[in-house]
Design a protein around this ligand. Structure first.
Ligand code: COA
Length: 380
């Protein structure tokens, strides 16, 4: 048998676990339960800053002053309207479509309407990022209404991203505490270094394809239940369990069947997800406000048993699920809500990638048959 190659066996890390695939100045995930955006500790900032402030920081590297923030808000509000043909396309999708599929298709189509599409300069990428942050939200909210046979609502440009998300779904301007909560949630979800969807976006951007292509691919990656899709799956799990007393029996059966428990485990965090305490706290407050106090005790019981049986910690998606339910969102909107925030991180990473680009192209370890002779064409 011919020898394949003289190459010595390279180092290999399945799933790229622990591999440093690039540098970033945007976000740092500390495996010991820490998270930082551009040097600012998320624990402090998430509950005080508006999502616009955080999105500006991720995109531009520094916090905005009052004038810059006001301008950024206006730019976002001014870019919300979707082109008519994109609205028409949303109406063509089958009623049973998942909002993540609608979003991915919508983002892809939006690219064709952006005059800056193939300009990858820093300034053009930032301009496109503002449009994407504004329009991803609207694709979700208008798409949702269309899916449910309702007409999209006219824009209210004075509303912030978080307030507008509520308004565009239901037609009611939310209360201040609801807006504050959604701002905090958006801030917690806004970036997470080289997570699967962001890495996908960077791979696409590294070929010098455009930012819409990168965000389309990121939406596709986010949908999967091992990534963003986990926050929808977690809600199904909590509903199946129903009451805290059922957790132990339910969980032991699942673990005995070697099933994955949604909302648990993380590739980087091994001592807890930095975003969980804030999300859990929002869940507790919402439980009191809505009278739906069963969800957080179910999550806590799950945490206790998963720690004891598997030494696995909860991730943010476990608590995001009941939080979104108590805020009045349907579970199918859980992953799109994640996207409405993470789009800021995706865009910041595409800008960073293309400002200092190198093609991302790893190797694979060949495990197929050894070299063998071709026996000649197959005859019918
Ligand atoms: N439920 C049950 N077992 C789990 C688990 C979970 N949620 N997450 C990890 N494990 C197990 C693995 O099966 C593995 O067991 P083994 O050693 O007996 O094979 C062990 O824990 C180590 O996990 P590993 O597969 O190395 O984790 P990973 O880094 O490859 O995967 C996730 C990380 C997030 C994909 C994984 O934890 C998962 O699927 N979680 C559920 C989905 C989820 O909540 N995703 C959102 C992430 S923010």
């Amino acid at each position: 048998m011919e020898k394949m190659s003289t190459e010595t066996k390279p180092e290999y890390s399945p799933g790229l676990a622990g591999v440093i695939a690039g540098e970033t100045a945007i976000c740092w995930v500390d495996p010991n339960a820490g998270l930082m955006y551009r040097g600012y500790d998320i624990h402090d900032m998430a509950q005080k800053a508006s999502f616009e402030e955080v999105a500006y920081l991720l995109l531009n590297g520094e916090l905005p002053d009052a004038k810059q923030l006001a301008e950024f808000r206006q730019q976002l509000a001014a870019e919300r309207a979707l082109p008519g043909p994109v609205m028409d396309m949303l109406r063509l999708l089958p009623r049973g479509s998942h909002p993540m599929d609608m979003l991915r298709t919508g983002v892809s189509m939006l690219g064709a309407f952006d005059k800056d599409l193939n300009d990858h300069s820093h300034d053009a990428n930032v301009r496109k990022s503002i449009r994407l942050i504004a329009r991803v939200s609207i694709l979700i909210t208008d798409g949702w209404r269309i899916l449910h046979g309702q007409e999209p609502l006219p824009e209210k440009p004075d509303l912030t991203q978080a307030a507008n998300f509520f308004y565009k779904l239901e037609g009611k301007v939310p209360q201040t505490w609801q807006i504050r909560m959604l701002d905090t949630i958006f801030n917690l979800y806004a970036d997470h270094e080289f997570n699967a969807s962001t890495f996908t976006a960077r791979v696409v951007a590294s070929t010098l394809s455009d930012i819409y292509a990168a965000v389309t691919a990121a939406c596709a990656a986010l949908k999967g239940p091992l990534h963003g899709g986990a926050n929808e799956e977690s809600m199904k799990m909590l509903e199946e369990i129903g009451v805290p007393e059922r957790v132990e029996t339910w969980l032991k059966k699942k673990l005995a069947n070697k099933e994955k428990i949604m909302g648990f485990g993380h590739r980087v965090y091994k001592k807890g997800d930095s975003r969980v305490p804030a999300m859990r706290e929002i869940g507790r407050e919402l439980g009191r406000r809505t009278g739906r106090e069963q969800w957080i005790p179910i999550c806590e019981k799950l945490e206790e048993i998963m720690d004891r049986e598997k030494h696995l910690c909860a991730n943010v998606d476990l608590y995001a699920a009941p939080v979104f339910a108590m805020l009045g969102f349907s579970p199918e909107l859980n992953t799109p809500l994640f996207a409405a925030s993470r789009v800021a991180g995706w865009c910041a990473h595409v800008v960073e990638q293309q400002d200092n680009n190198r093609l991302i192209r790893p190797r694979s370890l060949y495990v197929g048959p050894q070299m063998r002779p071709y026996p000649g064409p197959t005859r019918a």
